[in-house]
Ligand binder design. Structure first.
Ligand code: AMP
Ligand code: GLY
Length: 422
């Protein structure tokens, strides 16, 4: 089999290393991939968002199965385009990807089908939005751009002034471009956050091991929001009772709602949940594997990942028994100094072997490239240093021990990943 994974970050590296365990896969491609991924798959220099070029490459190269991992190509309809070209694909259709691509779509879906989420209203003009915020007069309040905004489209406003500024900058200054043509204004919820990724073929939904992301750049959950500075799995805040409540109130109702709306969801559905004093609520859906959640979830998967991908695509997920290892996983992200704002690239990375790995942990490459035979930084998030062990404490110790042996100029990482879970 020839398999293509679309994307080029730590998440894709984790997917590829798992797919490598399947012996029926002879050729593994990644587009565009990155420096570290090139040790595990053949990287193809095509942008993840170039749907036409990607499909043409897949056809020419006789790809038997495509995995579309990132949100933007999914929202652009790459999974549909692959299928239309006769290439079986893992990933939701363009219509189903709206569950992430449009917050207005996902909030209205939850309202219509009674799926617990923060109370909200949708606005397409500034005056109405501000009038509503003034009338509600409850702070903090949450303001979200409708469309994709690289994970930055959410502003938590602490006061009326901040809220007004947020509405103006999203809707008039268009800081998130056309994503801000409409906004959602919603109630601020409190409680621990849990990420649950789930395989679903639109009939059956199989949640994976739960995880905890660390979105802020600095220790103690301070600093700017990032794509994620580290993860642990499982998430100890999420009990068996929570899992049951989420299945009944959220997971099953969501996949049924998508079928009822005529856009069955097939792929990995990411539930961003908050355990509030009034029960579990959905903060957001993503139409894909989380990054860096995947880096801690897939190492605990015992069942063959490619078999699962095929079952999801063929709608035979109910025939599979998906098994997980006991124990825990921890991923510490090493980022370029300055991320998520301005940072340098091209810094040489020391402490990795000739395959970009460490003897102490698995290194998922997020932003690296090979330059003159050396591994150098090429992005904000550079490496996800990951370990699994019998306990979370041991997994964290292993990851941090490995992190201490890896160096590049101005490397930055959080020292408290998983600390609140111990
Ligand atoms: P999102 O991009 O939707 O994941 O939002 C980014 C982060 O903003 C989430 O991980 C939460 O920490 C926070 N957030 C989003 N919506 C709310 C809400 N309604 N109440 C409290 N925090 C929220
Ligand atoms: N780690 C959050 C996300 O993938 O959106």
């Amino acid at each position: 089999m020839k398999v293509l994974v679309v994307g080029g970050g730590g998440r894709e590296h984790a997917i590829i290393r798992k797919l490598k365990e399947n012996k029926t896969i002879e050729n593994l491609y990644c587009a565009p991939g990155n420096g570290g991924i090139s040790f595990d798959a053949e990287c193809v220099d095509i942008k993840a968002t170039n749907v036409d070029k990607m499909v043409a490459f897949a056809k020419e190269s006789g790809i038997d199965f495509a995995v579309v991992a990132p949100d933007d190509p999914l929202v652009l309809g790459m999974a549909d385009a692959m299928e239309e070209a006769g290439i079986p694909a893992f990933g939701p259709s363009k219509l189903a990807a709206r569950i992430e691509g449009s917050k207005v779509f996902s909030k209205n879906l939850m309202k219509k089908y009674g799926i617990p989420t923060a109370k909200y209203e949708v606005f397409s003009n500034t005056e109405d939005a501000i009038r509503y915020i003034e009338a509600e007069n409850t702070f903090p309040t949450v303001i979200k751009a409708d469309g994709l905004a690289l994970g930055k489209g959410v502003i938590i406003a602490q006061s009326l002034d901040e809220a007004k500024n947020a509405v103006h900058s999203i809707m008039e200054d268009k800081i998130f471009g056309a994503s801000g043509n409409e906004i959602v204004v919603e109630e601020f919820l409190t409680g621990p956050e849990v990420s649950v990724l789930a395989f679903t073929d639109s009939k059956t939904v199989v949640p994976m091991v739960s995880s905890m992301d660390h979105k802020r750049a600095l220790d103690g959950d301070k600093g700017l929001n990032t794509g994620g500075m580290g993860t642990i799995a499982p998430n100890p805040c999420y009990t068996e009772a929570h899992a049951q409540e989420a299945m009944e109130q959220i997971f099953l109702p969501t996949i049924r709602a998508m079928v009822a709306e005529g856009c069955p969801f097939k792929g990995c559905l990411y539930f961003g949940l908050m355990i509030t004093p009034n029960g579990i609520k959905v903060i957001e859906y993503n139409c894909r594997f989380g990054d860096p959640e995947t880096q801690v979830v897939l190492p605990l998967l015992k069942t063959d990942l490619f078999t699962i991908f095929q079952a999801v695509r063929n709608e035979t997920l109910s025939d599979l028994k998906i098994e997980w290892a006991d124990g825990a996983a921890a991923c510490v992200v090493m980022a370029s100094g300055g991320y998520p704002q301005k940072y340098e690239t091209g810094c040489a990375i020391e402490g990795l072997d000739e395959n970009g790995q460490s003897p102490l942990a698995t290194v998922y490459h997020a932003g690296t490239k090979i330059s003159d035979g050396k591994i150098v930084t090429s992005g904000g998030r550079v490496l996800g240093v990951t370990a699994t062990a019998a306990t979370l404490q041991e997994a964290l110790e292993c990851s941090y021990k490995a992190v201490e042996t890896i160096h590049f100029e101005k490397a930055h990482y959080r020292k408290d990943i998983g600390a609140k879970a111990l």
